[in-house]
Design a protein around this ligand. Structure first.
Ligand SMILES: *Cc1c(COP(=O)(O)O)cnc(C)c1O
Ligand SMILES: [Zn+2]
Length: 422
């Protein structure tokens, strides 16, 4: 688009797109590390300082022009929150029906002395995890900014989500995954027909490979927090939790953390809703969990550091919690401290046992990552870290179905007595 004559040229990327389908109130991007601002409609990766960029919105205007009641009757997907998303042309959204997952009560809570425990069940999403939210919004926004080739590395579930959403968008994707990623994840990524490369050794290798590939092949690197839009998709978990609670926030959110996008997303959602006046009250306490074989956030929180020390040798179950040095570690640690939260490490065996327990009390198949929150809850209830009357939400980040091979089971074979009645 040409700027009109006799007017000072605005910096590239400040022009809103021609004829948006609806109003996104995106106003600019802001670096979470150095605070500098960047124009909203240009393609960005990291800030020049190396920090992650966050989408910012004109919440003043939004608050005057839109009421939360306006959401009533909109589609039951994350696209119902279009004003708070960066996408300009949602009619061209790359969607497989993501979001608006149920917030289910868990009887496990009452059995363990917690009156109100709910789980946000992200296992219902396309590709079986909440990574579909980030991929839907991230891929849609990157495509409208002109990206044709994407590369990313993932410890598992972001890989198959981005492979499938890029396929649907007509974007070429190259995905780096650890070679012990769950078979379902590898199959889903590969069946999409995108290029999938597996690697052995430390997880940090994947991030380096993806960046090197992007630089040499003219592809956009969409690694965790290396672009600002995935976060906005994951933010919708927080918008939904508030809306599903009747525009209220819980007292405590417990979240299994890897790169931190989901946690920061939920916190950002609540912050925006508080600023809009759509919810009242206090920001919840944020509590995060990790496997003890890769727990850089837990370690940094306990030693009162602002940043993580890169985690050395990783020894965890396969899946989403392997992030040896999250780019947005400082933001996660700030959220935990500001909200009087906590960070707890849990063993893989305890998590697998908790999957079985919640299946036995509630019939819900958690993923092992999310089951770490159940293990932590039991500790927190025992040591007073959480009170029995607190309103707690845990996030089931993915479906246990993706990890079925981790659960050997005994079944009863049909015997002669059975044959006799048949
Ligand atoms: C990615 C992932 C996580 C961690 O989420 P972050 O937003 O990266 O912190 C947790 N559980 C599952 C199943 C995941 O795929
Ligand atoms: Zn910066």
């Amino acid at each position: 688009m040409k700027s009109p004559p006799l007017r000072a040229a605005r910096p590239a990327g400040n022009e809103p797109p021609a004829l948006p389908d609806w109003q996104s109130y995106l106003s600019h991007l802001e670096c979470a590390q150095c605070g500098s601002t960047h124009p909203p409609h240009a393609l960005h990766g990291l800030c020049t300082c190396g920090g992650p960029l966050l989408c910012r919105y004109d919440l003043d205007s939004l608050g005057k022009q839109v009421r939360r009641e306006d959401l009533v009757g909109r589609e039951a997907s994350l696209w119902r929150y279009r004003e708070l998303l960066p996408v300009q042309h949602p009619a061209q959204a790359v969607t497989l029906g993501e979001g608006f997952t149920p917030l289910l009560p868990l009887q496990w809570g009452a059995r363990h002395g917690l009156r109100t425990l709910r789980v946000k069940d992200e296992g219902r999403n396309p590709t079986g995890t909440f990574k579909a939210r980030g991929a839907a919004v991230g891929v849609t926004r990157l495509r409208e900014l002109g990206v044709r080739r994407v590369v990313l590395s993932s410890s598992g579930n972001a890989g198959d989500a981005w492979a499938t959403y890029c396929r649907r968008a007509g974007i070429d994707a190259t995905i780096f995954l650890p070679d012990d990623a769950p078979a379902t994840t590898l199959a889903e990524a590969a069946l999409s027909g995108q290029r999938v490369h597996t690697f052995g050794g430390h997880n940090s290798r994947g991030g380096r490979l993806a960046n090197a590939f992007a630089a040499s092949r003219d592809a956009f690197c969409a690694n965790t927090f290396q672009e600002p839009y995935r976060l906005e998709g994951k933010k919708t978990m927080g918008l939904e939790i508030a809306e599903q609670l009747g525009w209220r926030m819980p007292d405590v959110v417990v979240y299994p953390i890897g790169g931190g996008v989901g946690l920061i997303g939920i916190w950002k959602a609540f912050a925006e809703l508080l600023e809009l006046g759509w919810v009242e009250g206090r920001m919840p306490r944020f509590i995060v969990t990790q496997y003890d074989g890769c727990a850089p956030i837990v370690e940094a929180f306990a030693s009162n550091r602002m940043r993580c020390v890169p985690w050395g040798s990783i020894d965890t179950l396969p899946g989403g919690l392997r992030a040896p040095k999250p780019i947005a570690d400082f933001l996660v640690l700030r959220i935990l401290r500001e909200t009087n939260g906590a960070a707890i490490a849990v063993s893989g065996e305890a998590a697998l046992a908790a999957v079985r327990q919640v299946m036995a009390t509630d019939g819900l198949f958690l993923c092992p990552e999310a089951a770490t929150t159940i293990v932590a809850l039991r500790q927190l209830l025992a040591n007073g870290g959480i009170g029995s009357d607190e309103d707690v939400v845990v996030v089931n980040t993915g479906s246990g179905l993706k990890y079925a091979s981790l659960f050997p089971v005994a079944t009863n074979r049909v015997d002669d007595d059975m044959e006799a009645i048949a």
